[in-house]
Design a protein around this ligand. Structure first.
Ligand SMILES: *Cc1c(COP(=O)(O)O)cnc(C)c1O
Length: 391
């Protein structure tokens, strides 16, 4: 019997990392000591007070039963409290917040809850790949908004054709941004709200990186901008903020009808996040400030080593103000793919080609600050040797 996959699965863009994965495996087989800057997954452990909270919550028999897909009220209340303290946004935990099994889960499912086949979803390019995957799974049509350096890696809303805007139901945005490290101002968010109101488009802002910031920069919440709570929702995750990627816990907040549509969809697909993880999440959110400060300090030192080192050797790269990503332009004569290949083969450094996040990422690579300061110093030295050999 032949097995074929659905068109929607076959329609996903090709996996661009096959060649890179092969080169990485070959280098490892040759005994190369690989420095992996390819993965957006914190290397440091979850703070121990959160682990302790999970341990005691795991002992409670009430946590062994099915959760509700919208999450524990106590978790949603902790989210509301955190939002109020952190962003000055007051949310109703009963109507405007639900838990997610990681932000990825909510993002991937959102188009299924909101968008009909043939309708358009506006997606940044380059971007976190799940916006596109969720759109394709819903039978909707992605329209890519290029993130260009000359626009500060923000979509140019005026460049969206009016017939596309008319058919668009949903727009994904993500600031602080993966993969570019760019940030958005309140003024930009204000323009997004006006655009969304004019064209009747729901905005889904992904604020996963709001707590990994440098030089005192404080990202805002999209929901804190006037009118945003009418047009949009915001995704958040405990993954990056608390080094909890493996725990699978996140949440979404904003316009009640949109949150409820996702809740309704989810209630047919999953039964929510393990309640003990939610209990631990409550403890994490209540003690966020100290963790956030410590994390950002660690990443800032790493950022300064990597970006400072790359700039010294003449690479064209900015110091990001947030996220743990660095987004250098490739040296002239290189494509994203050829530079990534050289880095693996000549320096033993793995990073991600920018075009793996979309066509407009060509000409860049993404490096994640998820290795120690010492390993990043080593990476800088090896890349420096590699580039001076070529020159
Ligand atoms: C890591 C990441 C997520 C996913 O977070 P989870 O809560 O672990 O699913 C979502 N959006 C962006 C942009 C990310 O980088």
């Amino acid at each position: 019997m032949d097995i074929r996959v659905s068109n929607r699965l076959a329609q996903l863009p090709p996996y661009l990392f096959v060649e890179i994965d092969r080169k990485k495996r070959e280098a490892i087989a040759r005994g190369v000591d690989i420095i992996n800057l390819g993965i957006g997954d914190p290397d440091r452990p979850t703070p121990s007070f959160i682990i302790e909270a999970l341990k005691s919550a795991a002992e409670k028999p009430s946590n062994h039963r099915y959760p509700e897909s919208e999450g524990l009220l106590s978790f949603r209340e902790a989210v509301a409290e955190w939002y109020k303290n952190r962003f000055g946004v007051g949310l109703d935990p009963r109507k405007e917040i639900i838990s997610l099994i990681g932000a990825k889960e909510g993002i991937g499912h959102l188009p299924l809850a909101l968008v009909n086949p043939g309708e358009v979803v506006l997606i940044p390019d380059p971007a976190y790949p799940v916006y596109q995957a969720g759109t394709i799974f819903a039978g909707a049509q992605p329209f890519f908004m290029p993130l260009l350096r000359e626009n500060g890696f923000l979509p140019d809303l005026d460049a969206i054709p009016s017939d596309v805007a008319a058919r668009a139901r949903l727009m994904f945005l993500n600031y602080p941004n993966n993969p570019t490290g760019a940030v958005a101002s309140r003024e930009y968010f204000q323009k997004v709200v006006e655009f969304a109101l004019r064209h009747n488009i729901i905005v889904a802002h992904d604020n996963t990186y709001s707590e990994i910031t440098y030089d005192g920069y404080q990202p805002t919440s999209f929901l804190s901008v006037e009118g945003a709570r009418e047009v949009g929702i915001e995704f958040h995750s405990l993954s990056k903020t608390f080094n909890m990627t493996g725990w699978r816990i996140g949440f979404v907040a904003g316009r009640a009808e949109v949150v409820d549509a996702l809740r309704s969809l989810k209630s047919n697909l999953d039964s929510g996040a393990f309640q003990a993880v939610q209990d631990a999440g409550v403890v994490a959110l209540a003690n966020a400030a100290a963790v956030v400060q410590e994390n950002s300090k660690v990443y800032q030192e790493r950022r300064d080593i990597l970006v400072g080192g790359l700039r010294k050797m003449g690479l064209d790269v900015e110091f990001p103000r947030a996220t743990f990503y660095v987004w250098p332009a490739v040296p002239s004569g290189h494509t994203s793919a050829s530079f990534v290949s050289s880095l693996i083969e000549q320096a033993g450094v793995v990073c991600t080609p920018g075009n793996g996040f979309g066509r407009s990422g060509e000409g860049y690579v993404r490096m994640a600050l998820t290795e120690s300061a010492d390993r990043l110093r080593e990476a800088v030295e090896r890349i420096g040797n590699m580039l001076s050999c070529v020159a």
